[in-house]
Design a protein around this ligand. Sequence first.
Ligand code: FES
Length: 166
Amino acid sequence: METVSTTIPNPLTIPEQKTFIDSIIERNRNKPGATMVVCTELQNEIGYLSAPLQEYVASEMNVPLSSIRGVVTFYSFFTAAPRGKHSIKFCLGTACYVGGADQLIEKAEQVLGIKIGETTSDGAITIEACRCVGACSQAPVITIDEELFGKLSASKMPKLLKKYQD
Ligand code: FES
C-alpha cells in the first residue's frame, strides 16, 4: 500500500544509504528467495521501498521490476514511502468488513483529511488497510502501532484518533 502525501526522499542519493543498500543486495544476492529477503531487509533498515529503489533492486538483482512491485504492493508489511510516526491499519478481513470496517475508514479519512494509504502532511499518521489480524471476535478491528482496538464504531474514531494527532 502506498503512502504518497509528502515528497518521498530517495535513499539512493544519500551516499551512506546507497552503500548500505548495496551491501544488503550483495549479501543476499545468491540466497534462495533473494528478492523477498532483500526487500524485507530494505523495508526494515531503510523504512520503505520507493519507486527508484524498487527499480534499482530489480536491475541489480536482474529480476523483472514487476516482481519487486508485486511484492511491495501485495504485502502490507511493505510501503513505497516512509510511514508516519503512527501507523493505523484497518482490518479488511471478512468479519471486520461485515462489521463495518468501511465506515471506520470513511470516518478516519474524514477526520484526518487523507485517503487510505496516505500520510498526514505533518507526518504524524499513516492509514492503511490490512488483512485479518486474528482478532475476528472483536470485529471491527484496527491496530495503531503495536496496539489493537476492537469492537469499534465510527462514532468512537474521532476521540481515538485525537490521541495520535497531537
Ligand atoms: S477479520 Fe478482522 S481480525 Fe479477523
